[in-house]
Design a protein around this ligand. Structure first.
Ligand code: THG
Length: 262
């Protein structure tokens, strides 16, 4: 599965300060550590309190790609911030994200095509966060239809059911897992699926355990990608083992070591 490291996010205090002080060493350290821990791509998010997200996104992309050629997931709700990142980016791009709103789809789907980027589609709209599986599927179908209409390759689309914290939306987590399974049958070829994993444990006291248990269940539902903390080695081991059990990794006694060396 595609592992996208979540740690370059202005929401984290070390990254927020590094961004303010333009401390590129701190950002590059975070990028290298995540790649060494097994991340296939890195999420890049300036954070909620960022004053100059357009220039900060450009700066982050420039400093990160000095140390890695892994794809970057440009994480912003503002299309102009994503475009600033795309312009600066030499590595492969993932647009994180578009919503099921016509104005957003009209701007971001063409942008994804222009830059040959993968696209994350959040099943959310201006009307708010969906409250059940049917609403998630309806929003997913809106995104898939807009991509198909604009001849965007559906296999480059990653649908995100929007994971909510288990301590505030406990009754919805099962619906979210079932949505992952059902997103895959919306179209042929299937769209891919992704989650922002750490959302599930926000505000809880046993975050790592909740994250890895949810991830294993999501993988069993066919999850293709996750934005997560790759430095949580118990989490990474659980993901690899879940894939082994579903016959998505070749078995050998040393499969964990083999994966880490890849
Ligand atoms: N879907 C998509 N993109 C996303 C999300 C998603 N991007 C952002 C987010 N959700 C995924 N990334 C994070 C990063 C950090 C945390 C959660 C999700 C997190 N942070 C600590 C907290 O809030 O408790 C902060 C800890 C600190 O300040 O040190 O949990 O769902 N497509």
């Amino acid at each position: 599965m595609l592992i996208i490291g979540e740690l370059i996010n202005g929401m984290y205090q070390n990254i927020g300060s590094a961004l303010k002080e333009k401390n590129k060493v701190e950002i590059q350290k975070c990028a290298k550590e995540q790649v060494e821990a097994g991340a296939d791509a890195l999420d890049v998010n300036c954070g909620p309190g960022c004053k100059n997200p357009v220039s900060d996104m450009q700066w982050l992309v420039e400093v990160i790609q000095e140390v890695t050629d892994k794809p970057l997931a440009l994480d912003s709700s503002k299309p102009q911030v994503i475009e600033a990142g795309l312009k600066a980016l030499k590595n492969k791009a993932i647009i994180n994200s578009v919503t099921a709103d016509v104005e957003k789809l009209a701007v971001l789907v063409p942008l994804a095509k222009k830059y040959s980027a993968k696209l994350i589609g959040l099943t959310i709209s201006a009307k708010g966060i969906p409250q059940n599986k049917d609403q998630r599927l309806e929003l997913a179908a809106t995104i898939v239809a807009a991509c198909a209409e604009q001849e965007f390759n559906i296999e480059d689309l990653y649908l995100d059911p929007i994971v909510l914290p288990v301590n505030v939306a406990q009754a919805q987590i099962k619906d979210i897992l079932e949505s992952i399974r059902e997103f895959k049958i919306i179209s042929e070829p299937s769209p891919k699926t992704i989650v922002g994993l750490s959302n599930v444990s926000q505000g809880t006291s046993v975050r790592s355990l909740i994250n890895r248990t949810f991830l294993v269940e999501a993988i069993a539902c066919g999850l293709d990608a996750a934005i997560l903390d790759p430095k949580d080695s118990d989490l990474m081991d659980a993901a690899i083992t879940a894939e082994l059990i579903l016959n998505k990794q070749i078995y050998c006694d040393s499969y964990l070591q083999a994966y880490r060396k890849k």
